[in-house]
Ligand binder design. Structure first.
Ligand code: HAM
Length: 417
């Protein structure tokens, strides 16, 4: 082999059992979303750069430092999507999906996301998000709680864990502006002792300082003013109603007044979910309500609420399911050309019935082929050799022999498993 080429840093080849787990998870997320009346949507992998600048916010790390911007060949600047929400809202406006009497619109989506971050456990430069966006003229309590309970239950039921749900309430843009001023005033006397990122954030967006992970900075941040102190009476009431509904549904949560999220469009409720046994992965998912995104993007004055999971993180956190179904129903080991027609017909017939059938290379020795059937997680093996036909149950290792394939009654054995 000559000069080989490796994948770019922070990207993954998703293969083997990992690919299987990944796809299974996505299909479980889809199925549960269908129970809540969601419809699937797909949007482009890249969009005009200004969509993310305007939608997500130029002062966010995601847009300011982490975008993959495409080399420009025309009049537009394009960026690989660093998140879905802006693109979905763009699509709702462009396709006039909002002009429906059937509100709220409930959409779910899945695909690659690109962020130029420093790779580490659970943090990649290309990863996959699965998420939902619920859109209405005004996002009411029922829609909010439907969204939150889907978020919580997907993690709890699909991952089979007890997740930690964190919530906070950011209020309107106006109250956020006041809060930013208060934060700025609080941090100014400390800023010389804080990290370079915090110094930059003080000027661009002091909210982001609350996310800083530097130990010494955290000691200062702990005494910073709280966003909840800047909420209007109306906001406080809305927040309390949401918490009451969560209590009534017995969805456990923690209120975290330092949870501000890394995207600028949030107004109102924000939330994230964690696995206590995998805190090193960071949040498995996060989201919140956005009251002005649609109008900022030139659409009607509609609101939205939604969230996204990092699918790779979900796969890493998922407790292994010991009852994974068989990958193959029958694995064929044909050691002779003679009678191959009958073997092929059997395979085709089983596939017509919906059974999964595969085979080993004919040149492979019997022992090696049996091991291969195990590795392929096959339920039964059909061996055709000079002594006739043999059906081996790979779980019990029992084998029955016959002169013809028909005498083995393969379908009956498959049905009776
Ligand atoms: P986000 O918190 O930026 O929110 O990302 C959502 C999830 O994506 C995170 O909780 C995490 O699981 C995963 N994630 C983020 N960065 C990485 C990375 N570098 N590698 C692997 N996984 C990662 C959003 O993107 C919002 N658009 C969510 C939303 C939807 N808000 C409203 N609607």
């Amino acid at each position: 082999m000559g000069n080989t080429i490796n994948k770019p840093r922070g990207t993954n080849d998703i293969l083997g059992i990992n690919k299987k787990k990944h796809d299974e998870l996505v299909s479980q997320l889809d199925s549960m979303a269908m129970l809540y009346g969601c419809e699937k949507i797909e949007v482009p992998t890249f969009e005009e750069s200004k969509l993310f600048k305007r939608g997500v916010g130029e002062s966010t790390d995601i847009v300011n430092k982490e975008t993959f911007d495409l080399v420009n060949k025309g009049e537009h600047d394009y960026t690989l999507r660093p998140e879905f929400t802006a693109g979905i809202n763009r699509s709702i406006i462009e396709n006039k999906l909002y002009a429906t009497p059937d509100l709220p619109i409930k959409l779910c989506y899945y695909g690659s996301i690109f962020r130029y971050e420093r790779p580490q456990v659970g943090r990649f430069r290309e990863f996959h998000q699965w998420g939902v966006e619920f859109i209405d003229q005004k996002v009411d309590l029922l829609t909010t709680i439907s969204c939150l309970s889907l978020f919580f239950n997907q993690v709890k039921k699909i991952l089979n864990i007890n997740p930690v749900l964190k919530v906070n309430f950011l209020g309107s843009f106006a109250s956020r502006e006041q809060y930013k001023i208060a934060l700025k005033n609080f941090f100014i006397p400390h800023i010389q002792d804080m990290c370079g990122d915090c110094r930059r954030r003080l000027e661009q967006n002091p909210l982001r300082i609350l996310d800083c992970k530097v130990e010494d900075d955290r000691k200062i941040i702990i005494d910073a003013p709280k966003v909840t102190d800047f909420l209007s009476e109306e906001d406080k009431e809305e927040y309390q109603e949401i918490l009451n509904a969560l209590n009534a549904l017995e969805i456990p949560y923690i209120t975290d007044d330092k949870l501000v999220r890394g995207l600028d469009y949030y107004t109102g409720l924000v939330f994230e979910i964690y696995d206590n046994d995998h805190l090193e992965l960071g949040a498995l998912g996060g989201g919140g309500k956005y009251g002005k995104l649609m109008s900022v993007l030139g659409g009607p004055d509609f609101e939205g609420i939604g969230y996204s999971f990092g699918v790779e993180r979900l796969v890493l956190a998922k407790k292994d399911d010991k009852t994974l179904p068989y990958d193959l129903d029958l694995f064929i080991i044909a050691l002779k050309k003679d009678g191959l027609d009958g073997v092929l017909k059997t395979a085709f017939g089983l596939r017509e019935l919906g059974y999964k059938v595969s085979s080993a290379s004919m040149s492979k020795a019997l022992n090696g082929s049996i091991k291969m059937a195990d590795r392929k997680n096959a339920s039964f093996v059909l061996i055709a050799d000079d002594r006739g036909y043999h059906l081996k149950n790979m779980k019990t290792r029992e084998q029955i022999d016959g002169d013809t394939i028909e005498s083995l009654n393969i379908v009956k054995h498959l049905e009776e498993r």
